[in-house]
Design a protein around this ligand. Structure first.
Ligand SMILES: C[S@@+](CC[C@H](N)C(=O)[O-])C[C@H]1O[C@@H](n2cnc3c(N)ncnc32)[C@H](O)[C@@H]1O
Length: 312
């Protein structure tokens, strides 16, 4: 299967199993250099294939998604970081998974894991969304979480990756939410006011619920930098993302948090958008749940084309 557009293929080289292009965009280079110092989210160091599978089976959303996708499918994780999701989605399936990221150091950690655990259905692609090197209409699922808000233009990035999905394919994006990230913004302010001192680092490490977990030093460092020292970061509202969907012929299926105030897995999502007030309250509710405690990512799911509207 051809993953890269014909005209772009000559620019790629194979570097020890990672398919690489030259990353040249200013902002992408800046962000990629940032992550090359602390690849995100990194590993605990003791994970194996079984443990990654277990993480998926214990996570209602991911477990449902993996079952919903089934077999013989194509899946791309755009901005895969150290590739855990791609690897987990690949295990036990014959699906073709593409883990794409401009940070080669992150892909290398994913590739090492794949080699150690004999996972053979993941392609590691070193590329930038804005170089638009991936074939259009190729993927059953395009997943892009925690990425667009770190690029030069979230909306333009979305426009490009949505072309890579097949008609009726799923698009799942996670972006920092305007309201849901306020708790993190408050901690960012404290960190800045305390001049990023050692004391500030200690205080933030106590205040941030994710940093209180039992994580490897590499994972802690990656999270801390990602949340408090990032050179490029924006936030978006649920309505903004819904508009991107509409402008790119993607039917909204559902989101976490949901305007219905019920947690829904992808297979349960029915396109219910609620009112503006419902959506505002759903985003405010993030502040009182894990979603707001751990970075304020809002997940929005859509389907390419208008079949959802037709089904209703
Ligand atoms: C916060 S990490 C998220 C990693 C992973 N998606 C996760 O949720 O664990 C952001 C990732 O986006 C990647 N990224 C940044 N700019 C990008 C771009 N223009 N195209 C593709 N990926 C990009 C970075 O290299 C980094 O690995």
């Amino acid at each position: 299967m051809k993953i890269i557009k014909d005209v772009k293929r000559p620019q790629f080289t194979n570097d020890n199993g990672i398919i690489c292009s030259k990353i040249e965009g200013d902002i992408t280079l800046k962000v990629s250099m940032f992550y090359s110092e602390a690849p995100f989210p990194n590993y605990q160091g003791y994970e194996n294939k079984l443990m990654l599978s277990q993480i998926v089976s214990e996570n209602s959303f991911l477990n449902d998604l993996k079952n919903h996708i089934g077999l013989n499918k194509t899946f791309i994780e755009v901005g895969s970081g150290t590739c855990q999701l791609s690897l987990a989605m690949a295990i036990g399936t014959n699906n073709l998974i593409v883990a794409m990221d401009p940070t080669k150091e992150s892909l290398q950690l994913g590739k090492e894991f794949a080699d150690k655990n004999a996972i053979n259905n993941v392609v590691f692609l070193n590329s930038d969304i804005f170089d638009n090197e991936v074939q259009d209409n190729l993927f059953d699922v395009v997943w892009c979480s925690g990425v667009l808000h770190h690029t030069k233009d979230s909306k333009k990035g979305f426009e490009i990756i949505s072309r890579w999905a097949k008609e009726d394919g799923l698009i799942i994006v996670g972006v920092y939410n305007k309201i849901g990230r306020l708790r993190t913004n408050f901690r960012q302010l404290i960190y800045k006011l305390l001049k990023k001192s050692d004391f500030a680092v200690k205080l933030i490490s106590l205040l941030d619920p994710h940093l209180r977990k039992n994580l490897s030093e590499e994972k802690k460092q990656a999270w801390f930098r990602d949340q408090y020292d990032h050179p490029v970061e924006r936030k978006h509202s649920l309505d903004e993302v819904m508009n991107w969907f509409e402008e790119n012929n993607i039917s909204y299926l559902g989101s976490i948090p949901s305007p219905s105030f019920q947690f829904e897995n992808v297979s349960q999502m029915n396109g219910y958008k609620g009112t503006y007030l419902d959506r505002t309250f759903a985003q405010i509710s993030m502040l009182f749940s894990n979603l707001g405690g751990e970075g304020g990512l809002c997940i929005v799911v859509g389907k390419k084309g208008q079949s959802v509207a037709k089904d209703k």
